[in-house]
Design a protein around this ligand. Structure first.
Ligand SMILES: CC(=O)[C@@H](O)[C@H](O)COP(=O)(O)O
Ligand SMILES: NCC(=O)COP(=O)(O)O
Length: 237
């Protein structure tokens, strides 16, 4: 079975657009878990444009499934993760001004930095994962850092799938087989959706967890709109 960890960044984006606390990200996390998701993911960014550092602290007491915090391990992020102690930390090499994550780590170039950060998290009982492109050398480099898992960056798979190119899965299957050979746990995420998730899952051996946010929240809007419009109309008769 592959676990679904719902990324709630986009719920925070909506909240922040008006100030106030609607929608409430803590309530959303509680509900999402009650609906059956096996994890909650957040990706606080340095500008706190969606999930804020305080959200991570507030979520700690309500997330009873897997709590996954993603981000670039700058000092402020490391301190937050060590304070909150989630189930898993996923290291992502984001530029400060990145709109969203757009690449995996070069695990060869940054091996000693990653190894140092990973050992600190593991000393504190936090499972570690490194965000990587589907490149066997990067998977092998990740193993050298001592990480428990990798997260495959699935943007290119999703883009190729949308164009109808099913071969876009090939590097991911190869990377997954390399991870299995090295006894590395395997997660995946970015631009996964109701459209592409089944094909991805069927072609990726050993997929432990996917984290999905942007598409899942958009799909929730589309699939919920009819119901809510009908509820308003019933009150306005
Ligand atoms: C690592 C990854 O692919 C996701 O965490 C994604 O970057 C979400 O971040 P945003 O919600 O800021 O796009
Ligand atoms: N790690 C990927 C993630 O948390 C969600 O990415 P996306 O579904 O918002 O693209």
């Amino acid at each position: 079975m592959t676990k679904l960890s719902v990324n709630i960044n986009k719920i925070a984006t909506l909240r922040n657009s008006r100030g106030g606390n609607m929608p409430n990200v803590v309530k959303a996390a509680i509900d999402i878990q009650e609906f059956g998701a096996q994890g909650i993911t957040i990706h606080p960014r340095p500008d706190e444009r969606h999930i804020r550092y305080q959200d991570a602290r507030d979520l700690k007491s309500v997330v009873y499934t897997e709590f996954n915090i993603e981000g670039n391990p700058v000092k402020k992020f490391i301190d937050l993760v060590l304070e909150v102690k989630p189930t898993q930390v996923t290291l992502v090499p984001d530029a400060v001004d990145a709109i969203t994550s757009d690449a995996g780590w070069d695990t060869i170039k940054h091996k000693s930095f990653l190894a140092e950060v990973i050992s600190e998290f593991k000393r504190n009982g936090i499972r570690t994962s490194i965000f990587v492109d589907p490149v066997v050398k990067m998977v092998e480099g990740a193993k050298e850092t001592g990480t428990d898992r990798i997260e495959l960056y699935t943007e290119s798979f999703a883009a190729e799938y949308e164009k109808g190119n099913m071969d876009g899965i090939k590097p991911y299957t190869e990377a997954a087989l390399a991870a299995r050979k090295l006894n590395l746990g395997l997660n995946a995420g970015h631009d996964l959706s109701l459209e592409n998730i089944l094909f991805f899952k069927e072609n990726i051996p050993g997929l432990l967890e996917v984290s999905i946010g942007h598409a899942l929240i958009c799909e929730s809007l589309y699939l919920g709109l009819e119901n809510v419009v009908q509820m308003y109309l019933a009150k306005l008769k």
